[in-house]
Design a protein around this ligand. Structure first.
Ligand code: ZN
Length: 58
């Protein structure tokens, strides 16, 4: 498990609070980041349920 991006030193908490990733590597460096962001942007909904995916690319 890794909670800090080794490229930009942004932590999981930083990203989760600000809503912005530090760099493009954060997704790979920080486990669960994509899941966390998805849940943050989509509220309580489950992923892959509907067709509202036009802005899913982060
Ligand atoms: Zn990063």
């Amino acid at each position: 498990m890794n909670n800090i991006c080794s490229h930009c030193k942004t932590s999981y908490e930083d990203i989760f609070e600000s809503g912005f990733v530090g760099c493009e590597h954060c997704y790979q460096e920080i486990d669960n980041l994509r899941l966390a962001l998805n849940s943050m942007y989509q509220g309580k909904k489950h992923i892959g349920r509907g067709t509202r995916r036009k802005n899913a690319q982060l």
